[in-house]
Design a protein around this ligand. Structure first.
Ligand code: ADP
Ligand code: ADP
Length: 226
C-alpha cells in the first residue's frame, strides 16, 4: 500500500490549453479517492499520469514517498482496472488472474497460492476453470480485480469501470468494489462522471473542471453544502 502525492502537476498535449493545470492532491495510504467532473476535465489524463501511461509536463508524482515521474508503468507496482476488463477470452479465470505472475516468472506453487487466495476473497473459487465468455459481467469485473490483487499492487486505479454495465449490475458492482476496497484497505483512485458513484463509493471526492481542482471534500461535506 502506498500514499499518492501530486505536486503541481501540469499536462500539456502539444501547445494547447493544459489538460491538467497545476493539480496538487494528497491521497492517503488506504484511502479511496474519487476523481469526478465533466467529460474533458482531465480525469483520465491524471489517472494515466499516476500509472505512468502518460508523461508529466511538469510537477512531481510521488508514490509511497518515492518520485516516480521517470518510472515506467511496470516499475510502479500499481494496478489499473479498465472499463472493458481486458480479460483474455481464450484463457480460464485461473490463467487470467495468474497472468501478471506468469509475466514476472513467479514459481508455480507461489502462483497457485496467490490465485487461490485472491479467488477466495473474490468468491470466484467455483469458476476458476471457466472462460470469461461464460461469466456474468460482475464476475468478469471480479476476475479483473483478482488480477490486480495477485500483483500485490500498492494501489488500484479505476477508469470508469462500470460505465458499460446496465443499471442493476452497476449498483451491484458499486457495492462489491466498495466492500472489497475496505476489506483489502488498498489505496484506490477511481475516475467517474457518475454522481451516484462519486457520492457513494469514496472516502473523498476530488471535483475537477477544465484541468483544475474545484473542490476536495468527503461525500458528506459535498452533500451538506448549500
Ligand atoms: P476526461 O477523462 O475528464 O474526459 P481527458 O483527460 O480525457 O478528460 O482529457 C482532458 C483534455 O485533454 C481534453 O481537452 C482532451 O481533449 C485532451 N486530451 C486528452 N488526451 C489527449 C491526447 N492524447 N492528445 C491531445 N489532447 C488530449
Ligand atoms: P513496455 O512496452 O514499456 O514494456 P507495457 O505497456 O507493455 O510497457 O507494460 C509493461 C508492464 O507495465 C506490464 O506488464 C504491466 O506490469 C505494467 N503496466 C502497463 N500498463 C499498466 C496498467 N494500465 N496498469 C498497471 N500496470 C501496467
Amino acid at each position: 500500500m502506498a500514499s499518492i502525492e501530486m505536486r503541481n502537476i501540469v499536462k500539456k498535449y502539444g501547445d494547447g490549453f493544459p489538460a491538467v493545470n497545476d493539480v496538487s492532491l494528497d491521497i492517503a495510504d488506504g484511502e479511496f479517492m474519487i476523481l469526478v467532473g465533466p467529460s474533458g476535465c482531465g480525469k483520465s489524463t491524471l489517472l494515466r499520469m499516476i500509472v505512468g501511461l502518460e508523461d508529466i509536463t511538469s510537477g512531481d508524482m510521488i508514490i509511497g514517498g518515492k518520485r516516480v515521474n521517470d518510472l515506467a508503468p511496470r516499475d510502479r507496482n500499481l494496478s489499473m482496472v479498465f472499463q472493458n476488463y481486458a480479460l483474455y477470452p481464450h484463457m480460464t479465470v485461473y490463467e487470467n488472474i495468474a497472468f501478471p505472475l506468469r509475466l514476472s516468472k513467479t514459481p508455480d506453487d507461489e502462483v497457485r497460492r496467490r490465485v487461490t487466495e485472491a479467488s477466495d476473497v473474490l468468491e470466484l473459487k467455483e469458476h476458476l476453470e471457466r472462460k470469461p465468455a461464460n461469466l456474468s459481467g460482475g464476475q468478469r469485473q471480479r476476475v479483473a480485480m483478482g488480477r490486480a490483487i495477485v500483483r500485490q499492487a500498492e494501489a488500484f486505479l479505476f477508469d470508469e469501470p462500470l460505465s458499460n454495465l446496465d443499471a442493476k449490475l452497476r449498483g451491484q458492482m458499486r457495492t462489491e468494489i466498495s466492500r472489497l476496497q475496505r476489506r483489502l484497505g488498498i489505496t484506490t483512485v477511481y475516475v467517474t462522471h457518475d454522481q451516484t458513484e462519486a457520492m457513494t463509493l469514496g472516502d473523498r471526492v476530488c471535483v475537477l473542471r477544465k484541468g483544475l481542482i474545484q473542490q476536495v471534500a468527503s461525500p458528506r461535506e459535498l452533500y451538506e453544502q448549500p
